[in-house]
Design a protein around this ligand. Structure first.
Ligand code: AMP
Ligand code: MN
Ligand code: MN
Ligand code: MN
Length: 273
């Protein structure tokens, strides 16, 4: 069974509308799907009831927070999208995103980028603004040659556009997810640029604070990383998740439903859903 529990739509920084994403996921043979936009559940609004042949869709979100000064992402999976806790989470995080966007724009403008906020907003389709929208503005205005360079020079970890202080703390994020009936899963633990020691400390803190799962597979990744994360999950009694982190069609490293088979010894997060 193909399970993809990490995907984005144009309600955050993906390019497909939720209905198009569902069509593509159906074509890719996905049986169980979560849409996990950054800090918003807007993709779930007005979605037609599931049709035969479509994947079973569970409530999902990717919440932004920090751990020891490092920006991290926590997936809320199988959350109740209409719950009070999710309403609280999305309203807090959406205000945090607006404040952060203003701060990023101020900093970019000080570096000589004109109309940064309006520019980013134009790419956000009326949704929440993220760094990828600023990246597109930097490319469009010729400040950088491509999207990757926008992150290397201005928006990536430690650069001027990397503003982190607005998010709700990790404990609050985990509590919101639990209160909405979901599983808190640490997203792509291999992608924070942490040393092994710090990554293990993050995973241990995440489990201690009430997190229940680890995303063992995120799109294209080395099998050795999957094995290392599976061992960490087993040691701490964490459940296992997998997802493509799909944003746009045509990206071979994040195709819907791609090689998402978990190691057989793991306990899948969806086991009890
Ligand atoms: P934000 O949620 O606003 O902090 O933006 C984070 C998003 O930017 C991630 O989910 C990715 O989609 C994208 N992103 C982060 N780092 C990079 C990078 N180095 N190159 C390209 N995209 C990136
Ligand atoms: Mn993203
Ligand atoms: Mn992420
Ligand atoms: Mn993601």
């Amino acid at each position: 069974m193909i399970v993809d529990l990490h995907t984005h739509t144009n309600a955050s920084d993906g390019s497909l509308h939720a209905a198009e994403l569902l069509r593509e996921a159906t074509a890719a043979g996905v049986a169980l799907l979560a849409i996990t936009d950054h800090d918003t559940l807007a993709a779930y609004r007005g979605l037609a009831p599931g049709k035969p042949g479509e994947p079973r869709l569970v409530g999902g979100i990717e919440l932004s927070t920090t751990w020891r000064g490092c920006g991290i992402h926590v997936l809320g999976l199988n959350v109740s999208v209409g719950s009070d806790a999710m309403r609280a989470a999305t309203s807090f995080q959406s205000a945090a995103r607006s404040q952060r966007a203003e701060k990023i724009a101020e900093r970019l403008e000080r570096a000589g980028v004109e109309r940064a906020l309006d520019g980013a907003r134009a790419y956000a389709n009326g949704g929440l603004i993220g760094r990828p929208h600023f990246a597109r503005h930097l490319v469009a205005t010729g400040f950088v040659k491509d999207f990757a360079q926008a992150f290397q020079k201005y928006l990536g970890a430690g650069k001027i556009g990397d503003v982190k202080q607005h998010w709700a703390p990790l404990g609050q994020i985990v509590e919101w997810i639990r209160d909405s009936g979901g599983n808190a899963v640490l997203a792509h633990p291999g992608r924070y640029g942490l040393t092994h020691t710090r990554r293990n400390a993050l995973i241990a803190d995440f489990a201690a604070i009430g997190g229940t799962g680890l995303e063992l597979i995120s799109g294209r990744q080395e099998p050795s990383l999957t094995a290392t994360l599976a061992a960490a999950a087993a040691k701490l009694g964490l459940l296992a998740s997998c997802g493509s982190d799909f944003h746009h069609p045509g990206q071979p490293w994040a195709r819907l439903g791609m090689n998402l088979a978990l190691p057989t010894a793991c306990r899948p997060v969806w086991e009890s859903w």
